[in-house]
Write a protein that binds this ligand. Structure first.
Ligand code: WT7
Length: 646
């Protein structure tokens, strides 16, 4: 690990929200007297009824219950839109940059209000009301944000399904949360290619039974022909008859705002539930302090609204703070690898927040991605989604940030709602690759496998010992699974599933997942879901999936397969199985390496020893450890002989 320390640049201290002394004082108060601290912070939101009960939380595995501001009432969109209108309605909320470099659009807060109100009224007309679930499967266009906010306006609960997911994944999510409306577009555009969103929705609904689904609202984005069924509603026709006046529904702070499905180590993805008050406060306060956001800054979070990063740092956090954001439909490498830099220059972006995988992809082109780019508007860079290796950090710092911009390496999760462990630009001296210090109210600790707390400089399992307002409240429809997943491993604490190291200066370094969750290009995938897609192919008898170190993706997907009796294994079949996963699950789950084998290493009780498979996949087969408990140790020799990552 890099020992180099980069001091806070002088310019980052000027007019910043926080000094190091502020952070120390506020952090201490946030953990010593959370009631007082969060009561004060909650005043940054506009409440219909201000909360008097601040924190009511229990991590006790027998009774996990998380409530913040439970007697408060508010509407998220009032906070994200209406309250800015009187003085700042003309301010730009979004600068939309299309996939095609010639298409862009400006959405002021006034326009945002009107667009959201119209489609919110449209949803009401379709019979959507408070508590109903609405699925959103959209490209990165402003209508995706309008759709989310329209739900929040009328108290409906949205579940955004990433536009890269397949029909099966759409149907699973729709059915799990019993969504009654789905909002989509005819097609998306990525790197000049059409993405058949509506056709995917059609397949999802035709090939699966989705009894809850009543209407599909379709926005015409590319305008290409799509199939129109009897339950399909054209977005423009729906909103044409709708008023721009849509009174916001008054919501309790603990009413659900959205469900977002995310992968775990077992079973199907879980519907993580975030609620109204605590989530909004967390998204906005972290956005303000982590990016040191001030009015006038042009901020660009280059994520997709299909992930939690998009929810918290494209939509809810920035809008609650009245920010001006760039929203980008395309990919960093189209038309060529200078696209990110061109967008930065074109819109004079001050704050850029992206993922290590994107940084590494650009870095592979040397300095070319910034050739001809001035980049002088940038003052702050952010990283999120996976550990950033020191080389990528250095490249980001010197080449993109011109050794001038602090980097905030923000560690968090879908379940945490927003940033948890992160440098603060005016406070934290940076160590490349370190997530650094906890945000206000966050109490991280390291434990060994038995749950004993470890002190001082050490490696361990990362847990959080008390609740924070942005925390997920439950798994949709399955609170028991929520309890089991997060609160039983180390009873009384929240188990993150990540490993971490704390160094001599109390900096946290996230080392990656300690469970069977993969992080491929910043996308979270459960080995269990990939295995389940694999064994649903007729040629496959058994499958085991592990991650292995991958230069660009962080982790690659290594698949071990046992064929069914009589199946002839050849290259064509391998290709077919790979495509099968793409189609069943998502292109992001495409295996990188597929190794066929007549056996897998199992214990005598039949449990696959993944530890061994991980070592072979990482090409570290010389340190396999104890293999004496295997039913048939010779399987391992064959696997090593035929290993694919050399
Ligand atoms: C997992 C959560 C954070 C929102 C996007 C991903 C990994 C995330 C970092 C970071 C090292 C990181 C962790 C975490 N992760 N940020 N800065 N450094 N690892 O959310 O899909 O819920 O994934 O991403 O392993 O558990 P997610």
């Amino acid at each position: 690990m890099s020992q180099q320390v980069y001091p806070v640049p002088a310019h980052a201290k000027e007019q910043s929200h926080l000094t190091p002394q502020d952070y120390a004082r506020m952090y201490a108060q946030s953990v010593e007297d959370p009631e007082a601290f969060w009561a004060e912070q909650a005043k940054s939101l506009d409440w219909v009824t201000a909360p008097t009960k601040i924190k009511n939380t229990s991590f006790d595995a027998h009774n996990v219950s998380i409530k913040w501001f439970e007697d408060g009432e508010l509407n998220v969109t009032y906070n994200c839109i209406d309250r800015h209108l009187a003085t700042r309605g003309h301010v730009t909320a979004f600068i939309w940059e299309g996939d095609d470099p010639h298409s862009h659009d400006i959405i002021t807060y006034h326009r945002l209000h009107d667009e959201v109100a119209k489609i919110a009224n449209g949803l009401r007309k379709l019979g959507v009301g408070k508590g109903d679930r609405v699925a959103i499967y959209m490209p990165m266009i402003p209508q995706a944000v309008y759709a989310m906010l329209a739900c929040a306006r009328i108290g409906a609960v949205h579940t955004v399904i990433f536009g890269g997911f397949s029909p099966n994944a759409i149907a699973d999510r729709v059915n799990n949360c019993q969504a009654k409306v789905l909002m989509t577009a005819d097609e998306g555009l990525r790197a000049g290619k059409q993405i058949p969103l509506k056709a995917n929705v059609d397949s999802a609904l035709a090939e699966h039974d989705c009894p809850s689904m009543e209407h599909v609202v379709v926005y015409k984005h590319t305008g290409n022909d799509v199939n129109w069924g009897k339950n399909d509603v054209c977005w423009d026709e729906l909103t044409a008859q709708c008023s721009t006046d849509c009174p916001p529904e008054v919501m309790n702070a603990e009413d659900p705002l959205f469900i977002l499905y995310t992968s775990g180590s077992t079973g199907q993805p879980k519907g993580v539930v975030h609620t109204t008050g605590g989530y909004l406060l967390w998204a906005s306060i972290t956005h303000k302090y982590v990016f040191d956001y001030k009015p006038g800054d042009i901020y660009w979070c280059a994520a997709d609204v299909g992930w939690v990063t998009g929810h918290s740092y494209i939509v809810y956090g920035p809008l609650a703070n009245g920010a001006t954001s760039v929203m980008f439909e395309g990919v960093p490498t189209y038309p060529d690898v200078r696209r990110i830099g061109q967008i930065v220059d074109k819109h004079k972006v001050n704050i850029l927040y992206t993922a290590p995988t994107a940084i590494r992809a650009l870095m592979a082109h040397g300095d070319f991605p910034v050739e001809g780019i001035s980049g002088e508007s940038l003052r702050l860079l952010g990283s999120v989604g996976e550990p950033i290796n020191p080389e990528a950090w250095q490249w980001y710092y010197t080449t993109v940030g011109q050794s001038r911009c602090p980097i905030v390496d923000t560690w968090w999760q879908t379940e945490t709602g927003g940033a948890m462990i992160t440098p603060l630009p005016s406070v934290t001296a940076m160590k490349p690759g370190a997530a650094s210090h906890p945000f206000f109210g966050v109490q991280p600790a390291l434990v060994d496998g038995q749950g004993n707390e470890l002190h001082g400089a050490t490696d361990g399992n990362l847990i959080i010992t008390d609740s924070w307002p942005g925390q997920a409240r439950t798994v949709y429809g399955d609170h028991e699974r929520f309890v089991q997943t997060y609160f039983t491993t180390y009873p009384g604490t929240y188990c993150t599933g990540d490993g971490a190291r704390r160094d001599e200066d109390d900096y946290f370094w996230i080392t990656g997942r300690v469970d069977d969750v993969l992080n491929v290009s910043g996308h979270r995938l459960g080995t269990a879901e990939i295995e389940s897609a694999l064994v649903s192919h007729s040629a496959v008898a058994e499958a085991a999936v592990v991650g292995y170190p991958h230069d660009l993706k962080g982790q690659g997907i290594y698949v071990y397969l046992m064929p069914n009796e009589g199946v002839e294994v050849n290259e064509e079949l391998t290709k077919e199985v790979s495509n099968w996963v793409r189609k069943e699950l998502s292109p992001i789950a495409t295996p990188d390496l597929i190794q066929w084998s007549s056996g897998l290493p199992k214990t005598r009780s039949g449990k696959i020893m993944r530890r061994i498979l991980r070592k072979i996949a990482a090409n570290e087969y010389e340190q396999l450890g104890d293999t004496s408990t295997l039913a048939d140790p010779s399987v391992v020799d064959t696997l090593i002989e035929q290993r694919l990552n050399r």
